[in-house]
Design a protein around this ligand. Structure first.
Ligand SMILES: Cc1cc2nc3c(=O)[nH]c(=O)nc-3n(C[C@H](O)[C@H](O)[C@H](O)COP(=O)(O)OP(=O)(O)OC[C@H]3O[C@@H](n4cnc5c(N)ncnc54)[C@H](O)[C@@H]3O)c2cc1C
Length: 360
């Protein structure tokens, strides 16, 4: 799969000298990896210290160098932005949640700050007077994720990754070994297959008789056209967030829905997104709607990514289940897969992410 995970891994492995073929049925980034909002927000995405938080912090730390490297190699700017994340409070409930988050994050050694209404408005003058304060997480960042996937795919091509456009219909298995994938009439043989097919990974694993419980969780986004650019921070209000891109786009995300593979934008979601955004920053009401879209997050039941070799079977490595954080976790996933395959020693404890927990 040529999403952010497959492209990041292909690039990393090719740089390490491996011969890589990437099979993608559409174009690189055509699914969740372009539908996402691009937040690199391990702190906002965590409610306690956990292995997921550690993975997110380790991955975010790779982004500044990755942005430079991709710019040098491909000429593409992934718009890595470091403005930080403002969680705005509208009522006492929000404030209580923000205070608790601030407390545990500081205890965990992370930067977090409670802001008064005046301080929040000083950072983002667009905010409604209804905002009574905010939790500021200065080290949550973001990128332009469609550009990121394009840059990774371009860099991978420059490293001689072979791109095959077509649908992998079967993971080919000979006894206790996966030997390749079937694409149309062709069988692509490989010493090793990395399964990185996003929300479709469970279906593809099933063709080799494996039970990998990964499926789609739909996310919808409404995109406004806000030129000139209005916000310099990620903004959160209750269940919604706003991501401001360099080109003036303001993404209002996102729903979290178990709706199968129905790629629909619903009236209900559009209404809730616009209500939230306009409540947070009333001037947004006058902006044109540029686009709406939906995508499928690859979800595993324990909401942890699945990274590592499938136990008891040679030739198959899994890299999926990145759910709400695949853009954030892509660089560390690629690095860990390279360390597993080339150095044979991952630089961090990946026990919580191994596929072993499902391979029963
Ligand atoms: C609305 C929304 C908002 C999000 N916001 C964020 C965010 O702010 N920050 C963040 O970190 N993450 C975010 N995410 C999550 C993130 O986008 C995903 O975790 C990530 O994109 C998953 O990447 P992937 O490569 O595993 O999957 P995908 O991008 O879905 O890629 C899988 C690829 O495999 C291909 N494929 C599938 N089956 C086959 C087959 N049989 N043969 C050939 N090709 C195949 C598909 O065409 C696809 O291109 C968001 C997701 C959504 C939907």
């Amino acid at each position: 799969g040529g999403g952010v995970i497959g492209c990041a891994i292909a690039y990393e492995l090719a740089k390490a000298g491996l011969a890589v073929t990437l099979v993608e049925r559409g174009t690189p980034g055509c699914e969740a990896s372009s539908a996402g909002a691009g937040m690199l927000a391990p702190q906002a995405e965590s409610s306690a210290a956990s292995p997921r938080l550690g993975l997110g912090l380790a991955s975010k730390a790779l982004y500044a160098d990755l942005a430079l490297e991709l710019r040098e190699r491909t000429g593409l700017d992934i718009e890595y932005e470091t403005g930080g994340n403002l969680h705005c409070f509208l009522d006492e409930g929000d404030e209580a949640v923000g205070r608790a988050a601030c407390a545990w994050q500081r205890e965990a050694g992370l930067k977090a700050e409670l802001l008064s209404r005046a301080d929040a408005l000083a950072l983002e003058p667009d905010l409604s007077p209804e905002v009574r304060g905010a939790l500021f997480l200065p080290e949550d960042h973001w990128v332009n994720n469609p550009r990121l996937v394009t840059a990774l795919a371009t860099a991978a091509a420059l490293e001689r990754v072979r791109f095959v456009t077509g649908e992998a219909t079967v993971l080919v298995r000979a006894g206790d070994r996966v030997t390749g994938v079937q694409v149309g009439e062709d069988q692509i043989r490989a010493a090793l297959v990395v399964l990185a097919a996003g929300a479709w990974s469970g279906q593809l694993a099933a063709t080799a008789g494996l039970r990998l419980p990964v499926g789609p969780v739909r996310g919808q986004i409404v995109c406004l056209e806000g030129i000139p650019r209005r916000h310099r921070h990620l903004l959160h209000i209750k269940d919604h967030y706003l991501v401001s891109r360099v080109n003036g786009e303001i993404l209002i995300g996102a729903s979290v829905e178990w709706a199968g593979f129905a790629k629909q934008v619903t009236a209900e979601y559009v209404r809730s997104a616009l209500d939230a955004a306009i409540r947070l920053a009333p001037a947004l009401a006058r902006l044109p709607i540029k686009a709406t879209w939906a995508g499928f997050r690859p979800w595993a039941p324990d909401e942890r990514p699945i990274i590592g070799a499938w136990p008891g079977l040679d030739g198959l490595v899994i890299a999926t289940g990145h759910f709400r954080n695949g853009i954030l976790w892509a660089p560390i996933t690629a690095r860990l897969i390279r360390e597993l395959l080339v150095e044979r020693a991952p630089s961090m404890d990946i026990t919580p992410f191994l596929p072993d927990r499902f391979a029963k």
